[in-house]
Design a protein around this ligand. Structure first.
Ligand code: GAR
Length: 205
């Protein structure tokens, strides 16, 4: 399963994925492209470090979404890289139908809370201020709508007495760095199994 990683910022999750891949622990999943909607994003520097093409692609004039032309451009560039699967790792724009339909059921997103709790922005802070005792992170399939697609994996994080927002952020990020590569590895295995069974001749009776 060849996949592209999309991110808008630091790229610590992309780094976790790429480190697992370099260490030979990503199974049948192969990263082939990094894309960012922000030219200065640190995530783009990972390309050179891990030997993968990394590109800024303009998202268009909007703040929180991409223009139709930009969605087409993203889809075309990802396809041309050979990827047919997309991992949103800190990509801070809402994705719409044009892009979703280019990779039906094959776009996943990482979110820093136990969805369906605390969707949207600043989710770790929302959980901390709310006083929940357990939060965590989620990987879900992307569908139209905000942070609401089918859940593929979650890791819980306990909020302990004495935790600060900063210590909680560090714990959630550590959980994300474990969860996202694990889900990608699993999905690639399922993908390979599905392809193999589709290629098997049907047994006659
Ligand atoms: C991660 O915590 C991810 O869950 C979050 O952005 C961060 C990216 O960090 N994504 C969202 O909030 C999406 N709604 P990174 O750039 O260091 O990987």
């Amino acid at each position: 399963m060849k996949f592209a990683i999309l991110g808008s910022g630091t790229g610590s999750n992309a780094e976790a994925i790429l480190s697992e891949w370099k260490a030979g622990r990503l199974g049948r999943a192969v990263p082939v492209l990094i894309v960012s909607d922000r030219p200065e994003a640190r995530i783009l520097t990972l390309g050179e470090r891990f030997g993968i093409p990394a590109r800024f692609l303009s998202p268009g004039p909007f703040k929180t979404k991409m223009s139709d032309d930009a969605e087409d451009d993203y889809a075309r560039t990802i396809r041309e890289s050979g990827a047919d699967f997309v991992v949103l790792a800190g990509f801070m724009r809402v994705i719409h139908d044009r892009f979703l339909s280019a990779f039906p059921g094959r776009i996943i997103n990482l979110h820093p809370s136990l969805l369906p709790s605390f969707p949207g922005l600043h989710s770790i802070e929302q959980a901390f201020r709310h006083g929940v005792k357990i939060t965590g992170c989620t990987v879900h399939s992307v569908t139209p709508g905000l942070d609401c697609g089918p859940i593929l994996g979650q890791e819980a994080v306990r909020i302990e007495e004495g935790d600060t927002l900063e210590s909680l952020e560090a714990k959630v990020h550590a959980a994300e760095h474990r969860l996202l590569p694990a889900v990608i590895r699993l999905l690639a295995e399922k993908d390979a199994a599905a392809q193999q069974s589709a290629a098997q001749p049907v047994q006659g009776s």
